[in-house]
Ligand binder design. Sequence first.
Ligand SMILES: [Zn+2]
Length: 322
Amino acid sequence: MSSLTARAAEWQKSCGCMLTFHRAAPAAKWADLPNKGFYLNLDYLDNLLGTLKRDGWEIVTADEIVCRLKLGENGSRLVNFSVDDCYRDTFEHVVPLFRRHGVPVTLFVTTGIPDGTMPLGWAGLEAILAERAQITYNGQTVEVSTHQAKQQWFARISSAWETHDFYDEFAKFCQVNGVDPLELRDEHAITWEMLETFKGDPLVEIGAHTVSHYRISSLPEDQALQELAGSRQRLRARLGIDCRHFAFPYGRSGDCGKRDFDLAREAGFVSASTTRKGLVRQGQDLFSLPRNTLNGVHQSMAYASFLLSGLAGLAARVLGRV
Ligand SMILES: [Zn+2]
């Protein structure tokens, strides 16, 4: 990993790399997940952290990257890991792993998850598919007994819901399949009590990720500001912390733009992150920081090197995939 990044000219001009992921699962469980792209295998994450430390990378908070960017650092081997949304596995698996390595992790919390105001549609769909041999969908009985069928139906149903009222579709799906969405929420949601255990831990940095995980660019300005400022206020009210950093849901160029970056500043944040690939470099706007997504489909050391070297960002810009 070190030789690739040392060669990359992109890296020499940067102040660090921000990486993000959503969920992580133990290796045995990960292999059978219907939506495994959304999860990292914990063994892979463990190995990645160990490799980065051995190769001399400095794993830091988002705050540290922003501070050192302001100090004008270049060519630093800084890397930040952030977890978006925050589910129960953040508490059970992810934070304990980072603590074991003695390195920090940033949690971008969607406050509707611990507040119970945001239905956990993706997690719920996945849990139902994982547990059942048959489901009811669009009035028909569908066989989902094999691993392959579970994955295919997850992809098919989740993409169909994207074009409808997502929460409404999920509620109807739960009803026809005899599932209590509140039970699913208890199984998957992080709670305020879990988040309270992270308070004061220098290895756990807490940032905001909206109230309800809407695509911010799609909202009228007042509602968009409420999503940003509301999550910050809620984290202060429940945890007594002054949240300095924000991450946009989805985070690609169609999901958040100039108006939204200005709103993040107005909401009182010090920085806001996207999911546009690339490295953090001098002259970078602090309210549209690039972050590189790690997911279960591409969990290899080679792909991590591709992101860390800045070559992924370069390729995305060349191909117009931002
Ligand atoms: Zn998210």
